[in-house]
Write a protein that binds this ligand. Structure first.
Ligand code: ATP
Length: 248
């Protein structure tokens, strides 16, 4: 893949339980500094694609049986998830995984577990995260389980940021949240992209929002990419309008 590509997924196949073929040859690229949307209906294979990249399929009895994955110019298909985090690629799982019985601040600090650069640097980054997410600063001492859905999603993203990633794989950040909160979260993603240079691969069923913030999009249907293009042209595409944006 060219040097300006941070992530390249080349024709991967994923099988669950040795027999259920779920991804049937998916290819996609994320340019350095890009925000790329992975779109498609429930069950199309978005989560499976993200988990294949971050090597989280084993726990689900899934396996990448064909194809390859490159991150920052190197093959990463056989790495452990933690090693991939150390290299700068981290996934925020669907459903805002925070530790409910830890405070927001404790949750954020757990995100620094792969770092070896010491406490002062970690504290400095925590402060930067509070600047990006003022709501998290307000709630820093609250148990995460008692905060709102939007705050928990922010906490999950902030926690990922504590690993100093170059790229975040984000699974359905809008799920179950009110439109105004979704907007607030997408604005923060845009900000992290612009100020910190973080690249994003964003799995979303909310096509409308995703195509407003992404630079490029891929549409998955039953384990295959059926369409891809710059976000602006997908927004104007008649099929996308009819099937994914609910206008015709
Ligand atoms: P969602 O919006 O639900 O996250 P998705 O596009 O992310 O949808 P996946 O979760 O990747 O889709 O699921 C793709 C297909 O793989 C679905 O048909 C699903 O039933 C199947 N699948 C997912 N996980 C497993 C598993 N552990 N074992 C068997 N089949 C699975």
């Amino acid at each position: 893949a060219p040097a300006e590509t941070i992530l390249a997924v080349n024709n991967i196949e994923v099988v669950y339980d040795h027999v259920i073929l779920v991804l049937k040859g998916v290819s996609l690229e994320v340019p350095r500094g890009g925000i790329v949307a992975l779109l498609g209906a429930n069950g199309a294979g978005k989560t499976t694609t993200l988990k294949a990249i971050s090597n989280l399929l084993r726990a689900e009895r899934g396996d990448v049986t064909k194809g390859s994955i490159e991150f920052a110019g190197e093959r990463v298909d056989r790495l452990s998830p933690n090693e991939l985090v150390r290299r700068g690629c981290i996934q925020v799982l669907e459903g805002r995984h925070c530790f409910g019985h830890l405070t927001i601040e404790e949750n954020l600090l757990t995100g620094a577990f792969t770092r070896r650069d010491g406490n002062a640097a970690i504290r400095r980054d925590l402060e930067r995260i509070y600047e990006t997410f003022p709501r998290l600063r307000q709630r820093r001492s609250s148990m995460a389980g008692y905060t709102s859905g939007g705050e928990q999603q922010m906490c999950a993203i902030g926690r990922a940021m504590m690993s100093k990633p170059r790229m975040i794989l984000l699974d359905e950040p809008s799920m179950g949240l009110a439109p105004q909160i979704v907007e607030e979260i997408f604005e923060i993603l845009r900000d992290l992209n612009a100020r910190e240079g973080v690249s994003f691969l964003l799995a979303e069923q909310n096509t409308h929002m995703a195509l407003r913030y992404a630079t490029y999009g891929y549409i998955l249907e039953t384990g295959r990419v059926v369409m891809d293009g710059p976000a602006a042209s997908l927004r104007e595409n008649e099929d996308v309008k009819e099937f994914y944006l609910g206008v015709s």
